[in-house]
Design a protein around this ligand. Structure first.
Ligand SMILES: *Cc1c(COP(=O)(O)O)cnc(C)c1O
Length: 308
């Protein structure tokens, strides 16, 4: 998809909407299954990252910063969303990129970051691991005294607060809400804003990823800490990895539903949900809303294997 300059102009340039899935995907097993298309808000800045950034940028404005600094890998959805959002809010932006190999420095993601005016600084994997060390962050602020630092992935309280806005797009008639989780920031924000009787299920595309429960619980009152479930069974080799079966699933899902899934998060979530519904995990009267958290720009790494 080649975005036109008009469609790139402002974010969100289309409101999220709810799309029913094809009955063949679910009707044997559950009552209803729909998808909340957060990916539709912008061709490059698709999905949850935009919501996570809102309060950071407001805070940066209040603190009179002129530059946003953040962190990410060469395919990071967060990095490109920050570049676009910073530009729209009138900030300069600097992206600290993990890895100094030349193969990491020519991705479509990084080209998009540059097109939104972001300055990129490549650091070694060792330096990158310091991304939340106070001393390292202070050394950055010594060089850029008017900068505001946003955590990798937009993780943190303001990211949770921003993610709560996603719940406004969730009507009350659903029994189960499914969302993929990396840092868990988005899930925590949605949990805070959803009625307590609605079930929330998180799909983590990392090996052993259920450990993020600890992080999520830091952002939730005690009463909400056991009101969501996490699954890490569908990591398919680990974060950022994929299988041939997954690519086939993505193409089939697109043919059936006309919805493009991203290779890192939402495809793995939908494979997990499909396995669960087939195993009878959800009650027959369940009405399930799957949240498409975007990330489509990251598919550039597998573009030649996708039909969309
Ligand atoms: C970043 C991302 C997530 C994970 O969001 P967290 O708030 O870190 O849990 C899920 N889906 C997509 C497409 C993402 O880009």
């Amino acid at each position: 998809m080649i975005p036109t300059s008009e469609s790139m102009a402002t974010i969100p340039n289309q409101e999220p909407f709810i799309q029913p899935l094809h009955p063949a995907f679910f009707s044997q097993y559950v009552n209803r299954m729909d998808m909340l298309r957060l990916d539709s808000i912008h061709p490059v800045v698709s999905g949850n990252k935009w919501y996570k950034l809102q309060y950071y940028l407001q805070d940066a404005k209040a603190k009179r910063a002129d530059t946003i600094i953040t962190f990410g890998g060469a395919y990071s959805n967060h990095l490109v969303a920050t570049a676009a959002a910073a530009k729209q809010f009138g900030f300069k932006s600097i992206g600290i990129v993990r890895g100094m190999h030349s193969k990491d420095s020519h991705t479509q993601t990084l080209a998009n970051c540059i097109s939104f005016g972001m300055e990129l600084q490549f650091v070694s994997r060792e330096v990158y691991t310091q991304k939340s060390d106070i001393q390292y962050l202070q050394s950055l602020l010594a060089i850029y005294p008017n900068a505001y630092i946003v955590n990798e992935g937009g993780a943190g309280e303001l990211g949770v607060k921003g993610s709560s806005a996603i719940a406004a797009y969730i009507p009350h008639h659903y029994t189960h809400i499914c969302v993929s989780a990396g840092t868990g920031t988005t899930l925590a924000g949605i949990r805070r804003a959803l009625p307590a009787d609605v079930q929330l299920l998180g799909y983590v595309p990392m090996k052993g990823g259920v450990y993020i429960r600890e992080v999520i619980n830091d952002y939730l009152p005690l009463a909400l800490q056991s009101t969501y479930a996490l699954y890490d069974d569908w990591h398919l080799g680990g974060f950022g990895k994929h299988t041939d079966e997954q690519l086939t699933f993505m193409n089939d899902f697109y043919s059936q539903n006309h919805i493009p899934l991203d290779v890192v998060y939402t495809a793995k979530m939908m494979m997990g949900i499909e396995a669960q519904i087939k195993a009878g995990f959800f009650p027959a009267d369940a009405s399930i809303l799957c949240i498409h958290t975007g990330g489509l720009q990251g598919n550039s790494s597998v573009q030649d294997k996708l039909i969309y």
